[in-house]
Write a protein that binds this ligand. Structure first.
Ligand code: RB5
Length: 139
């Protein structure tokens, strides 16, 4: 997981929920609500996913835009900005997203939990989507 100050509180709430589900969670920061820069935390989290040290990432900033833009600079990372449950399901089914990005200032904790639960319970469909996902990478 990673966030900036805008996503910090929601990150802690989601982290507690994920750990209660049995997930082994690593938090790459930030570690307080003090103003900070999302790339400082997005890059280490995206590195962990890119290097297969982590299966998935969950990242948050105010809009979800800056932190997902940063994560998507990493080859092998497919970060999806999701603000509702169907988006999270489709990000897994069609895009094999491996990082969930959330807009912390625009969704409630209750909705964030529903989105996160949907992301982790949904599998990639493969098939025609596999070909498309393979074409994302720059060669
Ligand atoms: C911080 O104020 C805000 O700019 C940041 O959390 C994020 O929304 C950037 O994309």
């Amino acid at each position: 997981m990673a966030s900036d100050h805008a996503g910090y509180t929601l990150k802690l709430q989601l982290k507690a929920w994920l750990e209660a589900q049995g997930a082994d969670v690593r938090d790459f920061g930030c570690y307080s609500s003090e103003s900070c820069d999302y790339p400082d935390f997005a890059h280490p989290c995206a590195n962990a996913v890119e290097n297969a040290e982590a299966d998935f990432g969950v990242i948050l900033c105010g809009t979800g835009n800056g932190i997902s833009m940063t994560a998507n600079k990493h080859q092998g990372v497919r970060a999806a900005l999701c603000w509702d449950v169907p988006l999270a399901e489709l990000a897994r089914q069609h895009n094999n997203a491996n990082i969930l990005a959330l807009p912390a200032r625009f969704i409630s904790e209750e909705l964030a939990l529903k989105i996160t639960e949907a992301f982790f319970r949904t599998d990639f469909e493969g098939g025609r989507h596999e070909r498309r996902v393979q074409k994302i990478a720059l060669h």
